[in-house]
Write a protein that binds this ligand. Structure first.
Ligand SMILES: Nc1ncnc2c1ncn2[C@@H]1O[C@H](COP(=O)(O)OS(=O)(=O)O)[C@@H](OP(=O)(O)O)[C@H]1O
Ligand SMILES: Nc1ncnc2c1ncn2[C@@H]1O[C@H](COP(=O)(O)OP(=O)(O)O)[C@@H](O)[C@H]1O
Length: 444
């Protein structure tokens, strides 16, 4: 079922749809700023942070924290919390298995810059990483684009002064302001635009709301709510909850934005080579960079493995933890390049599948594409080449944890291209990558 198939939605995508909202009080917890000083902390991902903000502000009432396993099972099964209260979405927080937090602890939740946002009093920690419990604010200052428009629901409710409020939740531009004005007049209601800002497109939605405000009746307010998108039906139910929390007596759900991703040659791209030492990653990556620069049309950043190890990852060893950190750092920089439409080429060994996957995720999260090229030259050939004499040293036990000899290399099962360079001239190997980029439209 799509959003527009949902009962009550008009089939003409593009027009906002009229929804009555049950008027009711939203239970909220008081969130007293407090410095409990627990030493356990965690930085949730962007989606969890958005949920946290809504929890702390009371917009997700009656929830007071992240759900435990009984609530998650109940919500998933029948759209109700374990105590029977209707609630559409499992609002959850997951931590890696090796994080030391456990039930009874107080966990500080931090923003990506490290500022403490909230304390979670952990009531449950499950084997699959779920961490549940009520949250309370640490009173950190808001920042980010349009932070001044992200206001607590109670404050927004109080402003209405008893007058009916028509809330319009929006994820893209509104195309029928006439209908909104007419509905507000009919109801004698004040208009409250609620842009649901999340991720890269968030500021654009707020700008659309501010533009719409200027063409709507005087007194129209704009308040930003960081609701990450869900599947359509759940998204709609959450919008209803949110509208009520911000004092709405009626709710219009704005049209779904038409997202036209840019053409591939304009989108960010990360070409990520992986393979054993001596397989040919750097040779192919360097030649690919040169070939792309000669063609023109794209900005190219080559994150050379040696340069990365010397600067970005200076001091890191070849333990699993340090290799993972090295790859995450490379992934972070590559994703930043791709976020702004650049093409980044990376060529580390990257021996672990899960870490390569994390990088793919980081890149896709910024709206860019990720191509994994496995330089699959077998160990025997890499060892025969032994350009730097490292294999001989590793065999002699002089280099510990050497990939392929005394440390693992997890073969990719998800490579977009595999190249065994045994007996293959360099330019043929490079050509196969260029062909992949041409076929997908990333270069023209
Ligand atoms: N123990 C061990 N295992 C593997 N490789 C080693 C090791 N010690 C040093 N080297 C040299 O470091 C280069 C690999 O570094 P990476 O940053 O690509 O490795 S990783 O992705 O973090 O696993 C690799 O360079 P390349 O040959 O260019 O791959 C090696 O020359
Ligand atoms: N088709 C090929 N592609 C890439 N390298 C090749 C190829 N054939 C032979 N080689 C040689 O293999 C070696 C690969 O070394 P390098 O590119 O540093 O590997 P890596 O970066 O994977 O450690 C180089 O000496 C290169 O000349």
């Amino acid at each position: 079922m799509t959003l527009w198939d949902h009962p009550g939605y008009a089939s003409t995508a593009g027009s906002p749809v009229h929804y009555p909202v049950p008027v009711g009080n939203v239970e909220r917890t008081a969130v007293a700023p407090e410095n409990a000083g627990p030493d356990l902390s965690w930085t949730p991902d962007a989606r969890e942070l958005a949920d946290l903000e809504l929890l702390l502000g009371g917009a997700f009432g009656p929830l007071t924290g992240f759900l435990g396993s009984a609530d998650v099972a109940s919500v998933t099964e029948n759209g109700r919390l374990a105590d029977g209260t209707p609630w559409p979405d499992p609002v959850t927080l997951y931590l890696p298995h090796d994080h030391p937090v456990s039930a009874g602890d107080e966990l500080v939740l931090r923003d990506p810059e490290g500022a403490g946002l909230a304390v979670l009093a952990v009531t449950e920690r499950t084997a699959d990483g779920l961490v549940a419990g009520p949250v309370r604010s640490l009173g950190a200052a808001e920042h980010g684009p349009f932070a001044r428009l992200r206001r607590p629901p109670a404050e927004v409710r109080a402003e209405a002064g008893g007058r009916p409020v028509l809330a319009v939740t929006m994820r893209g531009p509104l195309d029928d302001l006439g209908e909104i004005t007419a509905t507000a007049q009919e109801l004698d209601a004040a208009i409250l635009l609620l842009p649901l800002a999340f991720g890269e497109s968030g500021p654009g939605v707020v700008r659309a709301a501010l533009k719409a405000r200027d063409r709507l009746p005087a007194g129209t307010r704009v308040v930003v709510a960081p609701l990450a998108p869900r599947e359509p039906e759940i998204d709609l139910e959450l919008r209803e909850h949110l509208a009520t929390a911000y004092g709405a007596t009626e709710h219009l759900a704005g049209p779904e934005p038409v997202t036209l991703p840019g053409p591939p040659h304009r989108r960010g791209l990360v070409v990520f080579f992986t393979g054993l030492s001596g397989s040919g990653k750097s040779t192919i990556a360097r030649c690919l960079r040169d070939a792309l620069l000669e063609r023109g049309g794209r900005t190219v950043t080559y994150l050379d493995g040696d340069v990365v190890r010397r600067l970005l990852s200076a001091g890191l060893t070849f333990s699993r933890a340090d290799r993972d950190l090295n790859i995450r750092r490379i992934g972070f920089v590559a994703a930043e390049v791709a976020r702004h439409g650049g093409l980044a080429i990376c060529a580390p060994i990257a021996p672990y599948a899960a870490t390569r996957d994390e990088v793919r995720h980081m890149v896709e999260e910024v709206g860019a594409d990720f191509l994994l090229v496995h330089v699959s030259t077998p160990l025997e050939e890499c060892e025969r080449r032994d350009r730097k004499g490292l294999y001989a040293k590793a065999r002699a036990g002089l280099i510990p944890e050497f990939t392929g000899i005394s440390d693992p290399y997890e073969e990719p099962g998800d490579a977009d291209l595999a190249i065994d360079t045994t007996g293959v001239p360099v330019d043929r190997a490079v050509e196969s990558v260029v062909r992949l980029l041409e076929t997908g439209g990333w270069v023209r």
